[in-house]
Design a protein around this ligand. Structure first.
Ligand SMILES: [Fe+2]
Length: 487
């Protein structure tokens, strides 16, 4: 019998949903632009069974993928659990079998596999398209391929044996000029290992290059950025070791004495000449974009000056204090032997770490980023989960990195927004000209909506209304018929 009542974060709107669904021709208010022809894929975390340990993080919840198929101004919805090895084993057992976040030592003996921790993956983080194939990814294991139309799970893949890392990032990047996809895996040779394997997929989806390197210390390496000549992988603060895992603690603790770092791997050559730049204590989860300016690498990203993870304990015993993300610019000079960085804060307004850009401008200087944030000047009249990370993220901002100005959209007094995705208005549209699609949790109406904004005005054009709650999403992407064989 499933009982979620001991989980303080999973009540009310944020309780697990535990069902799959299809809706033909969703309810819409306003007018959906007819030129939106593609799919808004989202990955959610939605516990099917109560976790083995009630204090485990939602990062351990089952992956659930949803698709909103936009065509001729109408929208169809489909939602399915990602049928991972973990999901299937638990369905057979009719209960959770896996323990704390990325800690196989805490698993039920019937599934414990210390040699292959990647088998525990819930594939709950980012939908990813690589050369006509859709994957559900999470950085703790291999990606699961998903049928882009039915959302049925095809299975985990190591790309024909050519992907040697035991893990695969949830944030690969596609170079808009070369068509290559760059990706990496960390803890590549086993749990807590410092090994980072970096791969290049050509535009046909074949792995053409592998570079093996080591992180200065084992930490969360969640995202990456690319320039024409470099791959930049930032990280810092999170620490792990086998002793803490054997004590059944979550994978990460937080060490405020550890520096942040930026692993820089050249995209060409033999890869032996990778470098590491160091900065002060930082929580870095996502990136915006990067480009080169002379010998400098310029990386824009949201970052916080301390821990942002309440469920990752401070290894020095300090109580948790939530640090806010702000949009910053980091410079590293490849022409200098100095391994330090320069950092500037571009905006002082706290935002979430879910910054998005017009991805046609990856590797180039870009002007705009879009992100949800809490506008505390606006009213908020809803109950948030009992979690220090829960914020009334009621607004989407269009941040202009050139003029350092911001234009925002306020969703409503009972509304919490999730990561948006940018869709260009047309193939030749200028940077940032198009639509912003985002998930709205309407806590008042107890239903999920998708809002479509015009990025010129940051005004809503339409809402797609689902007659139920979707579980919280982590990431979403837009894919059109040029990228996937859509029906
Ligand atoms: Fe992410």
């Amino acid at each position: 019998m499933s009982n979620f009542s001991t989980m303080r974060q999973m009540t009310g709107y944020f309780a697990p949903t535990r069902f799959e669904a299809d809706i033909i021709d969703c309810e819409v208010t306003g007018e959906v632009p007819a030129e939106l022809d593609g799919v808004f894929y989202r990955l959610h975390h939605d516990w099917f069974f109560p976790p083995l340990f009630p204090d485990d993080t939602h990062l351990s919840a089952d992956g659930y993928i949803s698709a909103l198929r936009f065509r001729d101004g109408s929208v169809d919805y489909r939602g399915r659990y990602v049928k991972t090895d973990r999901y299937e084993r638990q369905r057979t057992a009719r209960r959770s079998l896996y323990g704390y976040y990325r800690n196989p030592y805490s698993d039920d003996p019937s599934v414990r596999d210390l040699e292959r921790p990647g088998r525990r993956t819930t594939a709950n983080t980012t939908p990813v398209v690589i050369c006509g194939r859709l994957f559900a990814t999470k950085e703790e294991g291999l990606p699961y391929e998903i049928d882009p139309n039915t959302l049925e799970t095809i299975g985990a893949t190591d790309f024909g044996g050519r992907w040697k890392s035991e893990t695969f990032t949830a944030h690969p990047k596609r170079d808009p000029d070369t068509g290559e996809t760059l990706a990496f895996g960390y803890e590549a040779t086993g749990i807590t290992s410092r090994d980072v394997y970096v791969y290049t997929f050509d535009r046909a989806g074949q792995i053409t290059r592998e570079v093996r390197c080591k992180a200065p210390y084992t930490t969360m390496l969640h995202d990456m950025s690319i320039t024409a000549n470099y791959i930049i992988i930032p990280g810092g603060g999170c620490v792990t070791d086998l002793k803490r895992l054997e004590r059944h603690k979550p994978h990460w603790g937080w060490d405020s004495e550890k520096p942040s770092f930026f692993l820089v791997v050249p995209r060409h050559g033999d890869g032996a000449d990778h470098r590491v730049f160091f900065g002060p204590e930082r929580s870095i989860v996502h990136t915006l974009n990067a480009h080169e300016k002379g010998s400098q690498i310029v990386l824009d990203l949201p970052a916080a000056s301390g821990n942002t993870w309440p469920f990752f304990d401070d290894v020095h015993g300090s109580p948790f204090v939530m640090h806010e993300n702000t949009i910053r610019r980091v410079r590293m000079d490849m022409g200098s032997a100095n391994n330090g960085i320069e950092e500037d804060e571009l905006f002082s307004l706290p935002v979430t770490s879910f910054t998005r850009v017009d991805e046609r401008f990856f590797t180039k200087p870009n002007r705009y980023t879009f992100v949800q944030f809490a506008d505390r000047q606006q009213p908020f009249d809803a109950a948030l989960p009992d979690d220090p990370r829960a914020q009334p993220n009621n607004s989407y901002g269009r941040f202009d990195l050139t003029t350092r100005t911001m234009k925002s959209y306020f969703a409503g007094p009972t509304h919490v927004l999730q990561e948006p995705v940018f869709v260009p208005r047309s193939r030749g549209a200028s940077e940032g000209d198009g639509y912003l699609l985002g998930t709205v949790h309407n806590l008042g109406a107890m239903r999920t909506e998708i809002v479509i904004l015009d990025t010129k005005t940051m005004q809503a054009l339409a809402h797609v209304v689902l007659p139920f709650r979707n579980a919280p999403q982590i990431h979403g992407i837009w894919a059109d018929a040029t990228e996937l064989p859509l029906q």
